[in-house]
Design a protein around this ligand. Structure first.
Ligand SMILES: C[S@@+](CC[C@H](N)C(=O)[O-])C[C@H]1O[C@@H](n2cnc3c(N)ncnc32)[C@H](O)[C@@H]1O
Length: 220
């Protein structure tokens, strides 16, 4: 088996799947395959379990995570996607916000072995709650599946994202309005965000995630 570089630094491919290098060799996070080649261990990144993985495989032109990135991650759940970002931002930091105590317990066990991940039990709709811990970041990533997701994303971007920094939001159409066509909801979200930021990309995440899209914006 041979591993090649993917389209962005920190991501690899064997021609079928994408991978990150495992920051915690021997340990997986969500049952993903571990593959060792020439003394480097890679973790398969499952696009059906991670909207960021799906966005990459759907051909996104944006992947703002680098070795030194500071990232605010809203809706970290039990750490599936954030662990892959943690594999990449090895000299950076990920502030992982999650408000469900149950998911937070699982998140803590992932963060215990990943020193660049800081778990924070807080409500993303109240960004002032974590201002004592979180500073200015390079990237805001949000995946919270809530009705008010656009306004929550805007508040966090304005408070924490650096000028010129990127924000990525996973949009779950059915959380916003079950009766409206997903494409109409995606357009509505795009319009809301374009009033505040430069919208760079909107991608439908099917077939990996039904009725979901990802949107990438730049803070002025
Ligand atoms: C779809 S899951 C996230 C999956 C995760 N991003 C991943 O790919 O590994 C959504 C998560 O957002 C959390 N969430 C929803 N609303 C939130 C809020 N206002 N503040 C913090 N977390 C929230 C939920 O508890 C849930 O764990």
């Amino acid at each position: 088996m041979k591993m090649d570089k993917y389209r962005f630094d920190g991501i690899f491919t064997d021609g079928r799947e994408i991978y990150t290098t495992n920051l915690t060799p021997g340990k997986n996070v969500y049952g993903e395959n571990l593959v060792k080649i020439e003394n480097v261990e890679y973790r398969a990144w499952n696009p059906k379990r991670s909207k960021l993985g799906a966005m990459l495989l759907k051909g996104s032109s944006y992947f703002p995570f680098t070795q030194t990135s500071k990232v605010l991650y809203l809706g970290a759940a039990s750490g599936t996607t954030s662990s892959h970002i943690s594999d990449i931002c090895i000299e950076g930091i990920l502030y992982c916000i999650e408000f469900s105590p149950r998911s937070f317990r699982d998140l803590i066990s992932v963060c215990e072995f990943r020193k660049n991940m800081l778990p924070i039990l807080a409500d993303a709709s109240k960004p002032d709650e974590y201002s004592a811990i979180v500073g200015c970041v390079d990237v805001v990533y949000m995946d919270i599946a809530q009705r008010e997701q656009s306004s929550i994303f805007i508040k966090n971007m304005k408070k924490y994202c650096k000028s010129g920094g990127l924000g990525i939001m996973a949009i779950k159409a059915r959380s916003i309005d079950v009766s409206e066509k997903p494409e109409n909801i995606f357009s509505k979200v795009k319009k809301e965000l374009s009033g505040e930021f430069e919208v760079l990309e909107l991608i439908n995440l099917e077939p990996f995630e039904k009725d979901h899209a990802s949107i990438v914006v730049r803070h002025p």
